[in-house]
Ligand binder design. Sequence first.
Ligand code: ADP
Ligand code: GLC
Length: 469
Amino acid sequence: MVASEATPYAKTGGLADVIGALPVALASRGEQVAVVMPLYREAAPLLDGAARAYDSLPVQLGTAPWNVNVRSVENRGVTFYFVERPDLYDRPELYTEAGADYPDNHIRYGVLCHAALAVAKRLFRPDVIHYHDWQASLCAPLMRVHLAGDPTYYGIKLLLTIHNLGYQGLFPASSLTDLGLDRNLFHPGALEFHGSVNLLKGGIVYADAINTVSRKYAEEIQTHEYGFGLEGLLQSRSADLHGIVNGVDYSEWSPECDRYIAHHYSAEDLSGKRECKADLLRTFGLPADNVGRPLIGMVSRFVSQKGFDWIEEIAGELVREDVAIVAIGSGESRYEQMFRDLAAAHPDRVAIRIGYSNEIAHKIEAGSDIFLMPSRYEPCGLNQIYSLRFGTVPVVRATGGLDDTIDESTGFKFEECSGTALLTAIRAALVAFRDRTRWLSIIQAGMNKDFSWNASAAAYSALYRQLGG
Ligand code: ADP
Ligand code: GLC
């Protein structure tokens, strides 16, 4: 597998959760899996004892040498190879800093892909290269076009997983030369997209098979509304397009054993959940008397994908309900400001943390009554699935993985793209909250769902076999 993030080494979102867990689930089914990812600054403290797998692995972009060192660790049956190149990866953030993408991101991920193919040549010979999102997509044209004559790669199959079609890796046409790519790839049947280089498009065109992270999103991305301009291409590959829903690493995300929450609890004994709620209120500096009110939680990147404009639209009306709200996230300053204003206007019932904290994310999952995830689109979404296990009832828009994983017995869904529809769904949840018997049955139905990786890993194994013949 080739990817740009994986827990516990580096994370900005759900991709990291998947790359941290899926390979391990595959390994426990008997697959041999290696992951290639960059050695970022935030991974370094975890790699003290890492082996030097290869010094000065040859990597070349055109005529420019970009040799890398490769470090490796074994983690629960999986080899993680880290591409060490401090000038590219030893930075404060993964992709963007102060709101702007690193200007050399095409080089950073171009080097990752070249290095991954060199790992496949010298360190780990795979049957399938399974590459994720735009950051790893260059693997496909590199292998199929640039290395087409190298027998090392004969027989290797290419599987792309799209975790989010909204991020395609668009770069100016000149980046083709920086990446050492053949000029012939710059046409609409390959990497060109309206005059730019589109790396994800290259990943789609040259893949043997493609999948995305829920069944519904696999359908949606073939439509104009969700296709971000690639719907035609995806339609043309529909025979090779699969939807495999993500799983959950329940060793990380379960109220019975969670290492961050104040009290453990289970579907049979929910008493600890109230303690978690009190602890969450304390953590956010909200008065303890909120414990009787429905507490709405959010953990998210603050981007328009996640439906924050609808929250902005209804915030005034929402706080007129008898609710308390806690949220953690960061992203677009407009949404950060919206939450700051809301908290300033209602300091006794609304609190916000701008930033990233895994510990607080866990506390919100456990201590909230309702989890809000009104995404415009959502390829899979993990927080709503974590919420189910924590007995925190999701209110979601019926799109992508949210629609596939939440049903009427476990949460509240709305379809229409509007603040009004969102508010109606929240109000329905608040009515249910006041009916203790009904609420308990919703909580327990969610807690009893099983989204462990077993089933999804089996589906990936089957897809690898189908590709490999
Ligand atoms: P996406 O990958 O689109 O951001 P997902 O729901 O798939 O959405 O995954 C988000 C992951 O990132 C979850 O594990 C969630 O807990 C985590 N996360 C998002 N924002 C934060 C934050 N501010 N602090 C801690 N964890 C966060
Ligand atoms: C992306 C998507 C999210 C998905 C995650 C892991 O970040 O936005 O819906 O859960 O990838 O597949």
